[in-house]
Design a protein. Structure first.
Length: 298
């Protein structure tokens, strides 16, 4: 038996080799349905990874940053599977989670991709997600990994392998997609309920302008459809409040390609407002130095 210490300080006994999901299920089935990953002795890992020794355990859900990152990284793999379905022969560099979602750098080869293709990729991702395919972790030797990606004709993963030590290499497979990855991942694709691809951009391989330009595809995913709807609503509200849009509508400033698109040219209304703000700040600084309260801007 092993002792598992939970965040509240309580200690429970489990069979050696039990997983974080086993622990979650012993607490409640509802909790288990929301566990995306786990933190075992401060290391984020798969919730399905066997725990062999006494450990401190934190169950990670959508409410935890590490839980979100695990879902987003898993979604990058799901997107890669959808891309391979529509664009055979594409190759992948890295696909990490970011502040709001994930991206994957992709060598599209002979194919091209634009935002017009997002809808079919999103639909395919949802179709694959509903198959509830498990994310299967497999530890392999460096020689096996090199052989696998050589047969797949994937120079990007072979390059990554150069910096990895034998005994530390793992593959993850879900459905028909296999990737070189340290993880962690959510237990299965069914945790991914809603997806939105948001943008594409060019990205030099390894960030070096001497290297090939890859296609960086951004996206975001959620465990609930309503969360995606709320996110899209917030994006629309943010667009309405974009200073570039408001500045033009209110005739505060303009931009000129001849001067530089990053330099605002103040129009009469904008110049007057700017002057008032400067005067307000100057008066506020004086009042602070005198220990007097700041008067409201009007």
């Amino acid at each position: 038996m092993i002792s598992i210490t939970l965040p509240d300080g309580s200690v429970r006994q489990y069979e050696k080799g039990s997983t974080a999901l086993d622990v979650a299920k012993s607490i409640s089935e509802g909790l288990a349905r929301n566990v995306l990953a786990a933190k075992v002795d401060d290391v984020v890992c798969d919730a399905t990874l066997p725990i062999e020794n006494d450990a401190r355990l934190i169950l990670l859900t959508w409410n935890d940053e590490d839980g979100k990152n695990t879902l987003w990284h898993s979604s990058a793999h799901l997107m890669a599977e959808a891309l391979e379905f529509y664009y055979p022969g594409v190759r992948f560099w890295v696909g990490p989670p970011v502040e709001n979602g994930f991206y994957y750098d992709v060598d599209m080869g002979e194919h091209s991709l634009s935002s017009d293709d997002f809808k079919k990729i999103e639909d395919k991702m949802i179709e694959l997600a509903r198959q509830n395919n498990p994310y299967i972790r497999k530890a392999i030797s460096k020689a096996e990994a090199i052989a696998y990606f050589t047969e797949k004709n994937d120079p990007y993963k072979l390059d990554l392998l150069q910096g990895l030590e034998d005994g530390t290499i793992t593959l993850y497979q879900q459905g028909n997609f296999t990737d070189l990855c340290r993880g962690p991942h959510v237990p299965n694709t069914g945790f991914i309920k809603a997806i939105k691809l948001t943008a594409t951009a060019g990205a030099y391989w390894k960030g070096d302008e001497k290297n090939k330009m890859l296609t960086r595809i951004y996206g975001i995913s959620f465990t609930k459809e309503k969360d995606l709807k709320e996110y899209l609503t917030l994006l629309e509200e943010a667009k309405k409040r974009d200073h570039r849009k408001l500045g033009k509508e209110l005739e505060l400033f303009a931009f000129s390609e001849k001067v530089g698109m990053g330099l605002p040219l103040w129009l009469p209304k904008g110049a007057a407002l700017r002057e008032r703000l400067v005067q307000f700040l100057q008066k506020a600084q004086v009042r602070i130095q005198m220990g007097r309260p700041i008067q409201p801007f009007a």
